[in-house]
Design a protein around this ligand. Structure first.
Ligand code: FES
Ligand SMILES: [Fe+2]
Length: 434
């Protein structure tokens, strides 16, 4: 039997077939689609949020805003990382007001209720003798968390989340290839983007644009080897690095008395390190990018259809000299800024009603097709379910959360019959005043 060579079995890059298009531009600016994405994707997915090593002591917390959902992670007394909605259970004022801080008592500045690091209500002034009031039923709304072996912390807002290992099948095992324990927290920074979250992901999911837009990255990696392999709700990007080559220097002339002879070849270091990249896209909005000098996460926080916050946390190799840390940070910030500029200009044209869809290259942009396919499937499925039910389905809504309040339910039904929206358009434009 004839054995086919690798090139024969490889799928041919044939002509682009119908359907290999981007999603329509309206999905990049529509408020309604944004809200549907919130309910169908962000309220159900495991969202990468932080690395455990950034929490040093009990009470250390970090706060976030995803589509108006304000929440925080905090290190509890038992050492575990817990997540809570940043909503006081009394009258909904935010409990933490800074982007990060440390406190073992979380006091609400409206009426003075306070909570401990387990989210339990510890003090409610003048409520001691109020009949029927149960402190334990008025604790902070807890959010599901999952911490991988590597210390990567994920949250899931759903009341009934899909198990993590099923949602991201095989992810944890694949991350074992990289020794996260050999890296330490270095720094974070943030970019405020006037574009849709998908505008950023579109660029993240392919390197077709790299030779044109990223000269630094192209100098460090062998771009012809770049490929994106889809997995279960995540995708791995591969690319071979350009190995450090001995730098050829002109031999020095023989000096007096045999001193200053021919100089030994000098190593010209690749700023990207010597490790073939391990970049992991995590549906829907996050990326973990591992190089040898450092790894860093991109946390993409959608605020409104055309406003997205990008947060970068950088972890450098233990013992790496300061100059090399600085050099790497400069390298990655340059790449990220190049992407940022592409997004701003692209979004302006996506908004203007002229362009609708574009053809995607079947292999070079297969990652874009993959993630946009996940978005499309989740949104369509959810839309059909809401249509069948005749009302919005918000998997993250916690409502009375175990407290009996029949009158509240009845009044809520009036609102539903009048088509009150659970997502007030003003809430997604609102951001915390850190
Ligand atoms: S809203 Fe927090 S104590 Fe009243
Ligand atoms: Fe890029």
């Amino acid at each position: 039997m004839a054995v086919k060579s690798a090139s024969e079995t490889k799928p041919a890059e044939t002509e682009l077939l119908p359907g290999k298009h981007t999603l329509p531009a309206s999905w990049w600016f529509s408020k309604e689609i944004f809200q549907l994405e919130k309910r169908s994707i962000f309220m159900k997915s495991w969202l990468y949020t932080a690395h455990a090593s950034t929490f040093k002591k009990t009470g250390d917390y970090f706060a976030y805003n995803v589509m108006g959902v304000q929440f925080f992670l905090i290190k509890a007394k038992d050492g575990s990382i817990k997540a809570f909605h940043n909503i006081c259970r009394h009258r909904a004022y935010p409990v933490v007001r800074k982007q990060k801080g440390s406190s073992v008592v979380l006091g609400c500045l409206y009426h003075g209720w306070s909570y401990n690091t387990d989210g339990l209500l510890s003090k409610a002034p003048q409520f001691d003798n109020v009949q029927g009031f149960e402190k334990e039923k008025n604790s902070l709304y807890a959010i599901n968390t999952h911490v991988t072996d590597q210390g990567l912390i994920f949250v899931n807002f759903s009341k009934d989340p899909q198990p993590f290992d099923e949602f991201f099948k095989g992810l944890q095992t694949e991350f074992h290839e990289f020794d996260f324990s050999d890296y330490e927290y270095h720094m974070s920074y943030e970019l405020d983007g006037q574009f849709n979250w998908k505008t950023l992901m579109d660029g993240y999911m392919e390197c077709y644009h790299c030779p044109t837009a990223h000269p630094g990255l192209t100098a460090a990696f062998q771009m012809q080897t770049y490929r994106v392999e889809p997995r279960t709700r995540h995708a791995r990007h591969y690319c071979d690095i350009k190995r450090t080559e001995p730098k050829k220097e002109a031999p020095k002339k023989q000096g007096w008395f045999g001193l200053g002879g021919e100089q030994a070849p000098v190593e010209k270091k690749n700023v990207g390190g010597d490790f073939d990249g391990l970049w992991m896209y995590l549906y829907p909005t996050n990326g973990i990018n591992c190089y040898s000098p450092a790894w860093y996460s991109i946390r993409v926080l959608p605020i409104s259809p055309s406003h997205t916050i990008l947060q970068y946390d950088i972890f450098t190799k233990k013992g790496l000299p300061k100059e090399e840390k600085d050099e790497f940070v400069e390298f990655l910030q340059q790449v990220e800024l190049e992407d940022f500029d592409l997004c701003v200009k692209t979004q302006e044209n996506l908004n203007n009603g002229i362009y609708n869809t574009g053809y995607l290259h079947p292999t070079k942009e297969s990652g874009v097709l993959f993630y946009q396919g996940l978005v499309k499937d989740d949104v369509k499925k959810h839309f059909e379910a809401e249509k069948a039910l005749g009302e919005e389905i918000n998997p993250g809504a916690l409502g009375n959360n175990g407290i009996d309040n029949p009158e509240g339910d009845e009044l809520d039904d009036i609102c539903k019959s009048l088509e009150c929206k659970g997502d007030n358009p003003r809430t997604y434009a609102q951001e915390l005043n850190w």
